[in-house]
Structures are given as C-alpha cells and as structure tokens.
Design a protein around this ligand. Structure first.
Ligand SMILES: Cc1ncc(COP(=O)(O)O)c(C=O)c1O
Length: 377
C-alpha cells in the first residue's frame, strides 16, 4: 500500500544532517527549526501564517479554538471523514452537525449544508468544517459564499491535502483557517506526529500560537485555557527538508493517477457516473481543482470481495472509511442513525483505496490493475 523506505533512502544524508543540527542546537521544542519550517510552509502554501503543532487533530482543535468556537456553538461537517474531523469539534466543546456528501467527490455537499442550515438544530452554527478528503479540494467556492451570507467561519480540514488547489488557490488559503496533518503516511510527512494551522488572518494566527502553549502570551501568564500542542524541533527539521520535494512528489502522484485511469480504461473496467454496476468508478478531479492524490479511491459494489482477492495476492489496499461518523459507537450521543446520510453510507460500503505514492512503479500499477481485471473476469 505504501513503502516509506523508498522515500527515505534518497533523502537519508540530508535528513540525518538536519537531525544532527537539531542536536547541535539543542532546540527541541518550538525554537529556530520550528520557526524556519513555519516560514517556509507559509510561503509554500501562499498564506500569511503557519503555526506548527503536535498533530492534525490538535491543528483542528486549535483552528476551532482560535475562532472562539466552544460550548453553545455548532459546526457543520461531513460524516465521511477520519474521526478527528468530528472529535475535534467535541473536544472544543462545540456541537457537530452533519450533512451528506457529494457522491462524485466524497466531499461535503454545499446543497446538503444549505439544507442542514435550515433546520432548527443548526440555529447556533458558527462554522463550516470542510474536509478535502483523499486530497480532493472541497467546494470552498460554494462554502465561502454560504459562510459569507450567514456570517460563519470556513475552516478547512486539509489533513490529506498538502498541495491541492482550487481555482489556483492552495488548500490552506481557501477558508479562514486550515488544519494540516503530517502523520507519516501523508503527502508531506513527519517522522512521528505533527501538524500545522494555516491562515491569512493575523488575529487567528496569534490566537493559535497562544493556545498551543497553554494560553500564554507572556511566559507563565495564562490568558486562556490552551493546551500543550507544540511542534518539536526534530519534526520541523524533517518537514523543512521534505517541503523542498513535495511539489515534485505531488506531480508524480498526479501522473500515477493518470496512469491508473489509462490502465483501467484499457482493461475495459472503468464505468462513468457515481453508481457502480459491474466494474469500477474511478476518482476524478472536480472542475477547477488540482487533486493532491493523497489516496486513489475507486468504487465497486463488490468491494469486500475485491479487497480479499487483492490481499490474497499480496496487493495492498485499504478502506477509508468503513463506518461513517454518524454510525460510530463513540458518536451515538449525537443522535443520528442509519439512513440519515445515504451517500456517506454508500461510500463506506463501496470505496477501496489502491496504492499511490510517488515511488510506486509502473509495473506495480500494472500488477494492481491486472489483478482487478482478473477479479472482474
Ligand atoms: C481528514 C483528517 N482529519 C484529521 C486527521 C488527524 O490528523 P493526525 O492523525 O495528525 O492527528 C487526519 C489524519 O489522519 C485526517 O485524515
């Protein structure tokens, strides 16, 4: 599914030198390496500020808390995402409201958000949390319009979307504030847990910096209840090295996605639309957007059998995510049930992620598609 050693080998000398520099300076928490990475990351994303932190989950919480979203506030988001998209809202003390996804992108549907906002449940809504799932930018043009009309914050969960773009604007600059994850499997990855908040707002960036350090603006003077959500020097040093390569890696992911499409078409397996019949539906790029291809996710009605078949042949594949958030045990108290979000539920039954990472070879892609062709024949 993913071979991180192939990324490490050519970077070994550069990464070890960066780690050695952290040891020489003994700046382990925040400090010069974090500051240097933050500066480079903000320039890369073309945003005014980036604030390094301890994980993508903490970045989501920091983004919400920076917007002063807490008890008494609601936030609308997608039921088809990683758990943290919703748990961070609860961790901030706010109430998550869910709306269904667009089946062509797997992302939160603006029409569903509009409908949800008409319900009494949504009266105290303060923000839309749009997840760029699999690296495909959510429809932030529509969400920005809704947010403007209703005076809401637009928060991006860009954990999977480093380098994705919508109308030439990079994920991270599409809303008021964004959260990134550098979990080791991500397009830009640390050697452990790490995350970052990005924003063009001076005041939100200042609040995020204060909140990641126990609410301190002045040492040992605590203005608000923050938390320890700091980034460490080793992770920042690694991320600063990898940042130089990530555009090239994303270009390779883009080419791999193109090759998958060509191989599936040549095998006669690709179907159009969003409802699979006898073959597979391939992922595409939404109009005006550049997908970061964090995952390459197909749909099929025979997902579980295909997954078993590929696993038996030693081919990595994964289901992101088998249970939509409204049906998770931990989120039962939200009061949603089966049938509330039919597109999210169908996606959870049909999606299968295939291997995609910059160093994946052409022969390996041929093996994957060949095996899928054998399965369907
Ligand atoms: C969509 C999404 N949101 C949030 C997160 C949380 O990031 P982290 O694992 O760095 O806490 C992830 C990472 O897995 C994610 O995929």
């Amino acid at each position: 599914m993913l071979d991180l050693k192939r990324q490490y080998q050519p970077l070994q000398a550069e990464l070890l030198a960066a780690l050695e520099h952290v040891l020489q300076t003994q700046q382990f928490i925040l400090g010069e390496h974090v500051a240097a990475f933050e500066k480079a990351a903000a320039a890369h994303l073309r945003v005014r500020h980036s604030v390094g932190c301890s994980s993508g989950t903490d970045a989501l919480w920091l983004a919400l808390a920076a917007c002063e979203i807490g008890p008494g506030s609601s936030v609308i988001t997608s039921p088809f995402s990683f758990f943290a998209s919703v748990s961070a809202i609860l961790r901030a003390g706010a109430n998550p409201i869910l709306a269904d996804i667009d089946p062509s992108t797997f992302n939160l549907s603006p029409a569903a958000v509009d409908s949800a906002l008409e319900t009494s449940r949504a009266a105290s809504t303060r923000a839309i949390l749009a997840v760029h799932l699999y690296g495909q930018p959510a429809d932030c043009t529509a969400f920005a319009r809704i947010a403007r009309d209703r005076n809401l914050f637009l928060i991006e969960d860009a954990a999977q979307a480093w380098g994705a773009e919508l109308q030439g604007v990079r994920a991270g600059g599409l809303g008021d504030i964004a959260a990134f994850s550098f979990y080791p499997t991500k397009n830009l990855s640390a050697a452990g847990d790490a995350g970052m908040v990005a924003t063009n707002s001076d005041s939100l960036a200042e609040r995020a910096r204060m909140l990641r350090q126990h609410g301190m603006r002045r040492r040992y003077h605590h203005d608000e209840l923050g938390w320890n959500a700091r980034l460490d020097g080793f992770q920042a040093a690694i991320l600063e090295v990898k940042l130089k390569y990530v555009d090239g890696w994303n270009q390779m992911r883009h080419e791999l996605a193109g090759r998958y499409r060509a191989l599936f078409n040549a095998a006669g397996l690709a179907e159009s639309g969003t409802v699979p019949r006898h073959g597979v539906i391939l992922p595409g790029e939404a109009p005006g957007s550049r997908h970061a291809w964090h995952q390459y996710v197909i749909r099929t009605t025979r997902r579980d059998q295909l997954r078993e078949f590929l696993s038996a042949r030693g081919i990595g594949c994964e289901v992101f995510y088998p249970v939509p958030l409204h049906l998770q045990q931990a989120l039962k108290p939200l009061g949603y049930g089966e049938g509330d979000f039919p597109e999210a539920e169908r996606a959870a039954r049909e999606v299968l992620a295939l291997p995609i990472f910059p160093e994946l070879r052409e022969d390996e892609q041929q093996t994957v598609v060949g095996a899928i062709a054998d399965f369907f024949s």
